[in-house]
Structures are given as C-alpha cells and as structure tokens.
Design a protein around this ligand. Structure first.
Ligand SMILES: Nc1nc2c(ncn2[C@@H]2O[C@H](COP(=O)(O)OP(=O)(O)OP(=O)(O)O)[C@@H](O)[C@H]2O)c(=O)[nH]1
Ligand SMILES: [Mg+2]
Length: 211
C-alpha cells in the first residue's frame, strides 16, 4: 500500500502561530460515513496546515471496504485528521477528523475522549451511513450537530432528513460545503453555540428544581 500519510498542503497555507493568551483548548471531532468529507472539512477550516493520515486506496481494500458510494475516491483516512482554529484570545478549537471506514471505527472511542462536541457530516446520497456515528455519539453522551455536505445529490427537506436520521428536535441541522472555509466555519460556530446552549440549560436546571 502506498503511503500518503503526510502534512498535505491545503487552502490554509498560512501558518498561524498559537496566541500566547490561548489557554483553553476545546476538542471537536468531525465524524460521519466513509467519504462524507471529514478530511476535506478539517483541511478547509484549519488555520494551520493540518495533519492528515491518509493512505492510497488500492484494489486490496475492495473486498473489505464498501466503496460503492465513493467511486473515484483515491485516499482514505486511516487514523485521524488534526487541525486548529482560534476562536478568540483564550479559546482554541482543536479539530479531529475521524476515519470513516468500518475497519477503523475502533479508534473512535479514543477520539471521543475529552471531546466537547461533534459534527456529523452527512452525504445525502448515503444517509444510512450516518446512523452509526449518531448512535455512537448518543451512547457516549457527546453533544453534536448534523451538517449535510453538498455533493450535488438530491435535496431533501430538513424534515425528511430528520426523520431518516431519527434526529432529536433539539439537534441542529445545517447544510454545508466542506470544501469552503466559510461554510465549514459556520458549521463549527453552530456547534459551539449549540454546546453553549446545552451548558446554559444545565446551569439553569438545578435552580429550577429548587423553586
Ligand atoms: N462535491 C463535493 N465534493 C466533496 C465535498 N467534500 C468533500 N468532497 C470530495 O469527496 C471526496 C471525499 O472527501 P474526504 O474528505 O476524503 O472524505 P472523508 O470523509 O474524510 O473520507 P474517509 O476518511 O475515507 O472516510 C474527496 O474527493 C473530496 O474532494 C463537497 O462538499 N462537495
Ligand atoms: Mg478522511
């Protein structure tokens, strides 16, 4: 197998040093089905050149991996992607992109450890591939949002997607283009705001019980 494990140059060629006042690291993971665009999102939004652990896909994997929905894909993540984005002078998001292939799912538990929240990337042509990620996040109790990545596939109403994913009404659902930095930033902002709301709800809850 050819090794493509590398620090692949991306749109964010600029090397942004971590600010001296940054003292709060927030870990976010990007999960989803095989080829849903996880590596693409980490690459497009990271302010540093991201670390990618990708391997060239060869014929040897054809009997093992379900490549039916990702014809033309040449590389796949075998460990994780890592990127960074500064929110403000104190807060920094550390982004981890999960491997999508079933044979690497055992790595997900480690990736979820200490995670503040997650983005579930969905390819609407293969919605079923997202069930596993959502199930794992719900079991783990990790807050998450769902982002439908634009592969030019059929457009469904938000309600249809919610029903297909059996999504709780409080889980935000957004559209995105993982190749776009701006679009990916909006996804991350949506997640951070969702997490803030959850914490605010939790902070209010005990006071309500005392009344
Ligand atoms: N049209 C379109 N293509 C995309 C988009 N995001 C990613 N791609 C392409 O889809 C392919 C798969 O993207 P990856 O980022 O490797 O997907 P992944 O989820 O990391 O894949 P695994 O790690 O193998 O599970 C690549 O060829 C991307 O260029 C998108 O928003 N629109
Ligand atoms: Mg990947």
């Amino acid at each position: 197998m050819d090794s493509a494990t590398s620090e692949t140059p991306t749109a964010s060629e600029t090397r942004t040093p971590l600010g001296a006042s940054a003292d709060n690291g927030l870990k976010i993971v990007v999960v989803g089905g095989f080829g849903a665009g996880k590596t693409t999102m980490v690459r497009s939004v990271s302010e540093i050149r991201p670390l990618n652990t990708e391997e060239t896909m060869t014929q040897a994997g054809e009997g093992v991996d379900d490549v039916s929905g990702v014809r033309g894909k040449t590389a796949t993540t075998v460990a994780f992607d890592f990127g960074r984005i500064t929110l403000d002078e104190h807060n920094v998001l550390y982004l981890f992109g999960a491997p999508g292939q079933e044979r690497f799912w055992f790595l997900w538990d480690r990736l979820f450890s200490g995670t503040l929240g997650a983005v579930v990337l969905v390819d609407t042509r293969r919605i079923d591939d997202s069930w596993y990620a959502i199930d794992r996040l719900e079991r783990h109790g990790t807050p998450f949002i769902v982002a439908c990545n634009d592969f030019g596939g059929p457009t469904f109403t938000p309600q249809t997607i919610r029903e297909a994913l059996d999504l709780d009404p409080h889980v935000p659902l957004v559209n995105c283009d993982a190749r776009s930095r701006e679009s990916s930033k909006i996804v991350l902002i949506t997640l951070v705001e969702h997490i803030k709301e959850l914490y605010a709800d939790q902070a209010r809850a005990p006071r309500q019980e005392l009344v």
